[in-house]
Design a binder for this molecule. Structure first.
Ligand code: UD1
Length: 398
């Protein structure tokens, strides 16, 4: 019997968790069907550490406890990247894995890829080839450098392949496999729809029947939006006008929460400690009509539940542009570029940057019933992780 291959799978921050969950499931299925051939080692770098940013996602996505926790935490880019590299290298010396799998574009993605490649350990990058062509975004630097040192580049869409080929990556390293986030979305959609978050937020009431009241959803955390006073104030100016027409529910990232307080923008928000809002907060209006409803960060199933029925989603996240495209929910992206152009070309996404007029114009267009109709990109079918595991194991001769 052959010794099992050791694959280290890296998880670090909130947007990684929905990408590693299907991978681990696909490895398990592969082992079941072929005998035990791969030993996955799940490493959590600890880039995100709050229960609401990490533990809740492990629970919602049925991810096993990490085998190793590096407890790296927050810091400047160099501090965080450096600390992950140092701790991850120690683990690589100890485990001598056959492969390291990294996902997405966060600081830990790059740090782990660099540590591995320097020890001549092959690296697989899931969600390779995406480019915003904006090198001021930390994620763009992480994407470029991770792709430059990876051995297997798994792309979600053909634009990813084209970008990599233009950068000189040999074609035989590139594999178009689809969007792994969508594996999680399809797998958990039923459970998410059954979540009771809308009742807890008084968006549904038993007396009034199953129809939920209209609402929109907001996420905001990019440094270019929340660390820049002018950008944030322009975004709020637009959103507060939209709030007069439809309530805006804003599960708030810790970075954004800190910056709202630092800039003294608290007045734009109604802060809610938990998930129980009274009906009056949303619809009896008065002064609250001019507020954005700020909640603590939500879990995966709760957020997905809200996304499914939102009239419109405002976001600066990458993954949410993809999820709304698949769900057919209109998405207004608060950025001037996107590394996911397919969500505009084929999906429901539109870019408005931080322009208050555009924010209002696009929102009203959607609320007046003229939302863009998108289609689901090819091979975003929920089977991306299986394709990746099949390719990697056949390359290893298993
Ligand atoms: C990181 C990723 C970004 C991703 C985002 C999703 C990088 C460069 N950025 O940004 O691509 O879209 O995660 O959330 O890797 N904090 C907490 N609790 C936590 C984590 C962070 O309070 O569990 C606070 C800390 O004060 C920290 C700040 O949030 O300084 C930012 O966290 P960090 O991981 O540096 O970047 P994100 O903005 O979360």
């Amino acid at each position: 019997m052959k010794t099992p291959l050791k694959w280290v799978v890296v998880a670090a921050a909130r947007p990684n968790f929905m990408k590693i969950a299907p991978l681990l499931r696909a490895v398990k299925q592969h082992n079941r069907e072929n005998g035990h051939l791969v030993q996955p080692i799940l490493v959590h770098t600890g880039q995100h550490y709050d229960a609401s940013m990490s533990d809740a996602f492990f629970r919602d996505l049925d991810i096993p406890d990490p085998d190793v926790h590096l407890n790296v935490g927050s810091g400047t880019h160099a501090e965080q990247t450096g600390r992950v590299m140092i701790e991850f290298e120690k683990l690589l010396f100890q485990e001598t894995p056959d492969l390291v799998i990294v996902v997405g574009d966060v600081n830990s993605t790059l740090a782990c890829a660099l540590s591995a490649v320097k020890l001549h350990i092959p690296v697989a990058h899931v969600e390779a080839g995406l480019r915003s062509f904006d090198r001021k975004m930390p994620e763009e630097i992480n994407r470029l450098l991770t792709d430059a040192v990876s051995d297997y580049l798994f792309t979600p869409s053909p634009d990813g392949d084209e970008n990599l080929v233009k950068e000189g990556v040999p074609r035989e390293k590139i594999f178009l496999v689809g969007d792994i986030m969508i594996d999680s979305l399809f797998y958990h959609l039923g459970k998410a729809k059954a979540n009771n978050v809308k009742s807890r937020l008084s968006l549904i009431s038993e007396e009034e029947g199953p129809e939920c009241k209209p609402y929109s959803l907001l996420t905001l955390h990019r440094p270019s939006n929340v660390d820049d006073r002018k950008a944030l104030s322009r975004i709020l100016e637009g959103l507060l006008k939209v709030a007069e027409r439809v309530p805006i529910i804003f599960p708030c990232h810790p970075r954004a929460r800190k910056q709202i307080a630092a800039f003294g923008f608290d007045k734009a928000f109604q802060f809610h400690q938990g998930l129980s809002l009274s009906d009056a907060d949303y619809y009896d209006r008065g002064d609250l009509k001019r507020k954005i409803h700020c909640l603590p960060p939500l879990g995966y199933l709760e957020f997905l539940n809200l996304m499914v029925d939102a009239k419109v989603v405002f976001t600066d996240s990458g993954g949410i542009q993809e999820e709304t495209t698949v769900l057919g929910i209109p998405c207004i992206t608060l950025r001037d570029s996107t590394e996911r152009p397919i969500t505009i070309a084929q999906g429901t996404n539109v870019l408005v940057h931080n322009d208050p007029e555009k924010i209002v114009r696009e929102a009203l267009r959607i609320l007046d019933g003229n939302a863009p109709k998108g289609i689901c990109p090819e091979i975003w079918d929920g089977k991306t992780a299986q394709r990746i595991v099949k390719i990697l194991s056949s390359k290893a001769g298993r």
